[in-house]
Design a binder for this molecule. Sequence first.
Ligand SMILES: Cc1ncc(COP(=O)(O)O)c(C=O)c1O
Length: 369
Amino acid sequence: MKAISPGIQRPHLGEPFLLTPGPLTTSYQVKAQMLRDWGSWDDDFRAMTQEMRDRLLALIGDGAEAFDCVPMQGSGSFSVEAMLGTFIPTSGKALVLSNGAYGQRSAQTLQYLNRDYTVLDKGDYLPPRGEMVAQMLAQDPAITHVVAIHCETSSGILNPIEEISQATYAAGRTLLIDSMSAFGALPLDANQIRYEALVSSANKCIEGVPGFGFVIARKSALEAAKGNSHSLCLDLHAQWAHMNKTGQWRYTPPTHVVAAFLEALRAHEAEGGVAARGARYRQNRDVIVEGMRSLGFETLLKDRWLSPIIVTFFCPADPKFKFEQFYALMKKKGFIIYPGKLTELDSFRIGCIGQMDAHTMRQVVSSAQ
Ligand SMILES: Cc1ncc(COP(=O)(O)O)c(C=O)c1O
């Protein structure tokens, strides 16, 4: 196995790099943890679940004592639904800050859950700013919760979460953050940014494999949420209470995925934690943006809003350019790219997260020539 830079290796079985924002390219060591079976009731697995929860909590820094971590089976959307349904009571009302597919999905989830909500819709690529949030909260006293997307992965925009948090709490409301594609690479220190709960999943910036999500929430909010949930399975209060009492997940846990995720968390720490992970991804982004621009590709977003998670490029206007052909060519060269998710314009996306570094990204650019 050839190392392409210290710590980063090519995919072991020769499969292409996934330039997609999760599932993403994971290390061989992470995948290797799935070769062993674990009994879900056994003390060893209970200890693994506890270590995982402790390690995740440690990622939000000094204010973590006031929070707890609740993992939930399923993909990330299951955990978003669990968070919304558990913390927003039937008497509550949410303001969803939407600028892409995942903001829209939160709104759609609330509709399914029969929770009252309103949407600040910024289209495909504009950020919801603090003053707009303040204005909407002042106009509608019924709003109890603000739902924000940290990195809107459909465009790659990094939303201004600090000013959104300030506006929310200045108006006496509470903030729920979908940090699915950002947590672990972008800081959400509890002492720096105020929030009630955040949600992310195993197969994003911690670089695990898919199978569960997790919510990090204030203990006071978890305590107050008893009886709110619309769903037996997605009740975070019930999962939390059961896990704290027994050390077990309520229903069959994704044992192998948890084992892999623990290895991914250890690697995250060894790399230098959130700061170092974020720095590697920023470098990946800078190499890909500079390189693709030098080839004539344009980014959807101005530099100020480019996240280190994923970058959207416009498809060239040249009628000879066909995304399907470009995709197939890139795959042949060892890279799986991602179609765009904009409503109006043809685009494609290149992810910066996963087991990849600047060297990998330079190879991506030379493959796109
Ligand atoms: C910001 C955000 N929210 C929610 C989701 C949904 O997660 P999943 O596809 O795992 O259900 C994603 C997936 O990429 C995401 O990026």
